[in-house]
Design a binder for this molecule. Structure first.
Ligand code: PBG
Length: 327
């Protein structure tokens, strides 16, 4: 008998396709990154990220309210710090009256049910544009000296209401160091979503435009991972898990689906993926040129992350995708 097995039978009608679909996506899986800056009533579009804005705190609150009503209840916050406040020690990161801490407090005040994920790295505050402290003589990114600052930042953010800390700096040992300091101070309920496998990537360009945070010299290859490597992601995952991370992240997303699969097979922790700025920009640009159908490609991309093993997706498409999913 020819063709006993005909896979097309399972695709023949929409109801059957829906019945057997292996992968599901809801707004609850999405985290929306939000960029904030000083000021009032500001909503300025980031040129390389159409549809994404730098908000003053009042505008960010409106954005978060809308996201919440669409079912996106977790936001990841990034500050665009005035150049005049940046310095080589990134001291603004520890300012209890600064923009970022004010933002966390206002969000938790206005929307106690919104989950605030906050960023732990020095680059938004550093005049060097690096994630760690720089040795002024050698240009080395100093690991252990940076840990001290990251831990202080973490504690300040946690005490201001952060629900999930996101160390995005890639210093060795930072998850354990931060966890220790949090626990010693009684902040045992603050979660850590570690940027576990974060690669040195060209896909971060538009994000650095958004924060004006590109490195002033060199690159980030002595701390972010080499895109030729995959086993190394397992090593990072093992370390983060043993240091107490609650959720592991792979970043960027699209070019790293193999890493997601590998981590999925090697950890019981939830996995997140960061669908980064350059991935967003490519789809938006091609859509605007009429080269692709942006909405279709957006949904296909987000489902690909879920299929590869991501529980959680950080994506600039959060609002747009939630609208499609709610239809
Ligand atoms: C830096 C940081 C970066 C992103 C998030 N945190 C950029 C970098 O490492 O230079 C990139 C996110 C994106 O591209 O969307 N701590």
């Amino acid at each position: 008998m020819l063709n006993i097995s005909r896979p097309r039978r399972n695709r023949k009608q929409n109801v059957i396709r829906e019945m057997i679909a292996e992968t599901h996506l809801t707004p609850a899986h999405l985290i929306a990154p939000i960029f904030v800056k000083d000021g009032q009533n500001i909503k300025e579009e980031i040129k390389t990220m159409p549809g994404i804005y730098r908000h003053s705190i009042d505008q960010a609150l409106l954005e978060i309210k809308e996201l919440y009503s669409l079912g996106v209840k977790t936001v990841s916050l990034f500050p665009a710090i005035n150049e005049s406040k940046k310095n080589s020690k990134a001291t603004e990161a520890l300012n209890p009256d600064g923009l970022y801490i004010k933002l966390i407090k206002e969000i938790k005040n206005s929307f106690p049910d919104v989950i605030c994920m906050t960023d732990v790295a020095l680059d938004p505050y550093s005049s060097d544009g690096h994630d760690g402290l720089v040795d002024p003589k050698t240009g080395e990114i100093l690991n252990d000296a940076t840990l001290e600052v990251l831990a202080k930042m973490s504690l300040l953010q946690a005490k201001s209401g952060s629900d999930i800390l996101g160390p995005s700096d890639m210093m060795d040992g930072r998850v354990g160091f931060i966890r220790d300091v949090l626990d010693e101070e009684g902040m045992t309920q603050t979660s850590i979503m570690s940027y576990t496998a974060k690669y040195a990537s060209g896909f971060y360009g538009p994000f650095r435009d958004a924060l004006n945070s590109a490195p002033k010299f060199g690159d980030k290859k002595t701390y972010q991972m080499d895109y030729r490597n995959s086993r190394e992601a397992l090593r990072e995952a093992y370390l983060d898990e043993s240091e107490g991370a609650d959720i592991l992240m792979v970043k960027p997303g699209l070019s790293y689906l193999d890493i997601l699969v590998r981590l999925r097979d090697n950890t019981t922790l939830p996995l997140a993926v960061y669908n980064v700025s350059g991935e967003y920009a490519m789809i938006k640009a091609a859509d605007q040129l009429g080269f692709i159908d942006g909405e279709k490609v957006m949904m296909e991309t987000l489902f690909a992350f879920r299929r590869a093993g991501a529980d959680v997706i950080l994506t600039y498409f959060a609002k747009e995708a939630a609208k499609v999913l709610n239809q």
